[in-house]
Design a binder for this molecule. Structure first.
Ligand SMILES: O=C(O)c1cc(C(=O)O)c2c(n1)C(=O)C(=O)c1cc(C(=O)O)[nH]c1-2
Ligand SMILES: [Ca+2]
Length: 671
């Protein structure tokens, strides 16, 4: 009989652990989610001697985004399709796995890969939320299911969960996603022991014909124009990732998402801030009652979610100690907000921003008048991929710097006044799976170029301290330590340590495949370990790959002098561009719109890059391409999460799609 490794993990433990850093007991290490470990076993002087302690296969072929949680000598890490792995932290041996058996048909109901960011642990239990919206409490010792709750209030709507639950004030709190499709965002808290529902807070108002749920909804209602009938599209505001907690102030903080549909001219035609989209909201964790909000992107129009990880810190600003929340959301500005009351302190761009030039002293953005075309195209920078995304940021109080992966993925937005809710129309990006944007994507070629870098940001001076170019977008989250180190994995399949003070690279190791998750660090038997879960994926990773490796999802653990052998990396099958399949040139144009509506979100652009975790069809085999109509209609890849398309497409349309694939490949084929 194994002792329950999470038996002693509770609020007091998490607070006390912030001083020792021995465990990594919650997603962001502590309630401030600063991912700053006080451990000093690894330093700038010895980090070059890191070696592999062990690695464990997670049996996952899609994105792995989880931060490994480690308590009592056991690691809890999740992989794609919300599968939980409990691993002996000493040996790397798998103790148990829990598979919530997400119906693969649910795969297409989420925008951005079938990912999961990790677990919460509390008093002997492990909590995980599954992609299809259920919340599970498991016995931390055995993986046995103790209870299960359906968190979804309307199963007719495409809700998903990718985020890690948090336990604040004895309650498990979880949000959801779906704002690219059309849902109304909400957060639910359950008693951590019994699973009983304690409260629910909506982030956007519902149907005005019904009474608002609370005061915060009554106020929000006035900032939306009913002519847009936003409640039919749900309004959005999904809280799919970040949460933090200040037990002294008895406040929890959550970042809210984008509008449904994206285009405000359609959602709320006369304008309005559309509260509480794109905001940081403070709630009472006991009751779920709204306390304050600060809206970072009023009247969101660009998928500028504020769900990116935020950090609580105590900073000295203009000579005064301030309790702040620091936040760098998708919209490209670094915000410092007073976390006691939501007062705006400062905001500065950490990358190019075309949608707004800055923020005024009241904390309102100074928008570019061209950023909301009623009829036309705007290349909003940052794009919907964000100036950064969910990849965690860390903050080191010794250097006073926040370490964040920053990137750019070009995209143009063309208003689509003909948009109708749930209309499956050629050219409407992923509209066959239920996307509702009110924009056409890349109808005009964007001018920006992709990039990725690691940025160290000084939140007091509001300026960059140093940065490192990483060659391309979509690099991993960060960890920082009292040994003045920053750890980060990269899209090109490396795991690195930098000097936190100046960004000098001190150590690196190849890990076989692109890294998107953030590392964690912990101590066992007096030794400091660093772990990172590797598995390329997410909304950019599903269609693009910067390495030729397709390593299965894997967690790597390093320590000083570790001598375990690195696992052999698996090379992606190098295939030539497809050719030799006949198609009608006149079908290419019709096929383009159908491909955009049905295929592009997962398979990407044929032939431009050998693809992410879902095959790029430009490199598929002749046999597959010849059988394409039948495979797609029959749901041949349903087990991998590919939808059945009978009822949405027919043989004639699939021949047009095939013509587009083959025509595109012919146009990029080197001569
Ligand atoms: O609006 C939403 O509800 C929602 C949900 C999610 C998600 O749950 O992963 C993402 C996004 N939006 C999003 O805009 C986005 O860029 C994104 C990237 C990723 C990812 O895992 O790589 N998820 C999401
Ligand atoms: Ca979104």
């Amino acid at each position: 009989q194994r002792q329950n490794p999470a038996a002693g993990i509770d609020q007091q433990h998490i607070i006390a652990n912030a001083a020792t850093g021995r465990d990594w007991p919650s997603y962001g290490l502590n309630f401030s989610e600063n991912r700053f470990s006080p451990l000093r076993g690894l330093t700038t002087d010895n980090v070059s001697k890191l070696g592999l302690a062990w690695s464990t296969d997670l049996g996952s072929k899609r994105g792995v985004q989880a931060t490994p949680v480690v308590v009592g000598g056991v690691m809890y890490v999740t992989a794609s399709w919300s599968v939980v792995h409990a691993i002996d932290a000493r040996s790397g041996r798998t103790l148990w796995t829990f598979d919530p058996q997400v119906p693969r048909a649910h795969g297409e109901k989420g925008c951005c890969d079938v990912v999961n960011r990790g677990v919460a642990v509390h008093r002997g239990k492990v909590y995980v939320a599954s992609y299809d919206g259920r919340l599970f409490a498991l016995d931390a010792a055995t993986g046995a299911k103790l209870w299960e709750k359906d968190t979804i209030l309307d199963r007719a709507r495409p809700y998903t969960i990718t985020g890690a639950p948090r336990v604040f004030a004895g309650k498990v709190v979880i949000g959801n996603g779906g704002a690219e499709y059309g849902v109304r965002g909400y957060l639910t808290a359950y008693d951590a022991e019994s699973g009983e529902q304690k409260w629910r807070w909506f982030s956007v108002p519902g149907d005005p014909a019904k009474p608002p749920e609370d005061e915060s909804m009554a106020r929000a209602m006035k900032t939306w124009d009913p002519a847009g009938r936003w409640w039919e599209a749900g309004g959005g505001g999904t809280m799919w990732d970040t949460m933090s907690y200040d037990p002294e102030l008895n406040l929890m903080y959550v970042g809210t998402g984008n509008g449904s549909p994206w285009n405000r001219n359609l959602r709320s035609p006369s304008g309005g801030d559309n509260l509480y989209l794109g905001s940081i909201v403070a709630l009472n964790p006991e009751t779920g009652q709204y306390v304050w909000h600060y809206q970072e992107t009023p009247g969101d129009n660009w998928d500028y979610t504020s769900t990116q990880p935020m950090i609580l810190a105590d900073l000295t600003i203009e000579g005064k100690p301030r309790k702040v929340v620091m936040h760098a959301p998708k919209n490209g500005f670094f915000f410092v907000i007073d976390r006691t009351n939501g007062q705006f302190i400062s905001a500065r761009p950490f990358t190019e921003t075309t949608w707004a030039s800055g923020y005024d002293s009241e904390g309102r953005p100074m928008e570019n008048p061209a950023a909301r075309p009623v009829n036309g195209t705007f290349e909003a920078i940052p794009t919907a991929y964000g100036a950064r995304n969910w990849h965690p940021v860390s903050f080191n109080p010794q250097t006073g710097l926040a370490y964040m992966p920053v990137h750019g993925v070009p995209l143009s937005l063309t208003s689509d006044p003909a948009w109708r809710m749930n209309a499956n129309v050629p050219g409407g990006f992923q509209s066959a799976s239920g996307w509702n944007l009110g924009f056409l994507l890349n109808a005009e070629q964007p001018k920006a170029k992709p990039f990725g870098r690691l940025v160290a940001w000084d939140p007091v001076r509001q300026q960059e301290a140093w940065s490192r170019d990483l060659g391309g977008p979509w690099n991993g989250g960060t960890l920082t330590t009292a040994g003045n180190l920053v750890f980060q994995g990269t899209a090109d399949g490396r795991f690195l340590a930098y000097d936190a003070r100046d960004g000098k690279p001190l150590w690196e190791v190849p890990v076989g495949s692109g890294v998107v998750a953030a590392p964690s660090t912990w101590e066992l038997d007096g030794q400091q370990y660093v772990s990172v879960a590797v598995g390329w994926g997410g909304v950019y990773g599903i269609v693009q790959r910067a390495t030729d490796r397709v390593s299965p999802g894997r967690v790597y653990t390093f320590r000083l002098g570790g001598t375990a052998a690195m696992p052999a990396a698996v090379r992606a099958e190098a295939r030539p561009l497809i050719g030799g399949v006949a198609y009608r040139k006149e079908d290419v144009e019709a096929g383009t719109g159908l491909y955009v509506a049905n295929c592009a979100g997962c398979h990407g652009t044929p032939g431009v890059n050998s693809g992410g975790n879902v095959p790029n069809l430009g490199y598929t085999t002749r046999e597959t391409m010849e059988a394409l109509p039948k495979l797609v209609l029959d749901g041949a890849f349903a087990e991998q999460g590919m939808p059945r398309f009978d009822g949405r497409l027919d043989e004639a349309k699939l021949l047009q799609i095939r013509a587009f694939i083959l025509g595109t490949v012919d146009s990029v084929r080197p001569r």
